[in-house]
Design a protein around this ligand. Structure first.
Ligand code: PGA
Length: 250
């Protein structure tokens, strides 16, 4: 049985004091969950969040990383830097970074490799645009993105990788993919991973759904056969709402 992993993606929200208040409010609400909980927070919140989640069941991730260890890359943060303060996860290739910051399949792959080398666990985002969906290209786009992101990654590393399937048209729009569509797309990603590696790896890899996940749709999404939890944007900013998503079984 694969575990369920529920990750919040705060994007460019939350000042340190807001982050600390959030953690204080959510910790008692989720203390009994057996699901894995990750908060992916802005760089400026990382240190405060790390200090405040000690002795809780919350793990911490960043939202981006550079592939070099150090160097003349003004404004960038390296995997070694993230690891040095205790960050465990990092989102790589979110559609907003692909769309607004020139992230490509090639830079995604470099970042994934480097993150793994420094002991960070990547959450790799893949997903199609509305136009691609309407043209019937969804499977082709998401399997290609998956294959390119994983190029050169040994199968032993796959246990440290999470894939997040996020249809771009569903992000922040209130439109969720139907459970059937999300599950079918995730099955296609799993099939691709089976072709790259083998069925043991594809049966074990965690693949989340992301795109307008909320407390009212979490249960039907997360209980589908191939959906192993979610990457949650807007609804991860409110402790009560995010706790309901984490406790979706109740
Ligand atoms: P959303 O964002 O839940 O606000 O749609 C999801 C994401 O972009 O990771």
């Amino acid at each position: 049985m694969r575990r369920k992993v529920i990750a919040g993606n705060w994007k460019m929200h939350m000042l340190p004091n807001e982050a600390i208040n959030f953690i204080q409010e959510i910790v008692p609400l989720i203390k009994d969950t057996k699901n894995e909980v990750i908060l992916c927070v802005p760089y400026t919140d990382l240190f405060y969040v790390l200090l405040n989640v000690q002795e809780t069941n919350i793990k911490v991730g960043a939202q981006n990383v550079h592939w070099e260890e150090n160097g003349a890359y003004t404004g960038e943060i390296s995997p070694k830097m993230l690891k040095s303060i205790g960050v465990e996860y990092v989102i790589i290739g979110h559609s907003e970074r692909r769309q607004y910051f020139n992230e490509t399949d090639e830079t995604v792959n470099k970042k994934v490799k480097s993150a793994l080398n420094y002991g960070l666990k990547p959450i790799i985002c893949v997903g199609e645009t509305l136009e691609q969906r309407e043209n019937g290209e969804t499977k082709k786009i998401i399997t290609t993105q998956t294959r390119l992101a994983l190029e050169g990654i040994e199968k032993e590393k796959m246990k440290d990788i999470i894939i997040a399937y996020e249809p771009i048209w569903a992000i922040g729009t209130g439109k969720t993919a139907t459970v059937e569509d999300a599950n079918e797309s995730i099955k296609a990603i799993r099939k691709e991973i089976e072709e790259i590696y083998d069925s043991n790896i594809s049966n074990e890899v965690i693949i989340q759904y992301g795109g307008s996940v909320k407390s009212t749709n979490a249960k039907e999404l997360f209980t589908a056969s191939d959906i192993d939890g979610g990457l949650v944007g807007g609804a991860s900013l409110k402790p009560e709402e995010f706790a309901k998503i984490i406790n979706y079984e109740n």
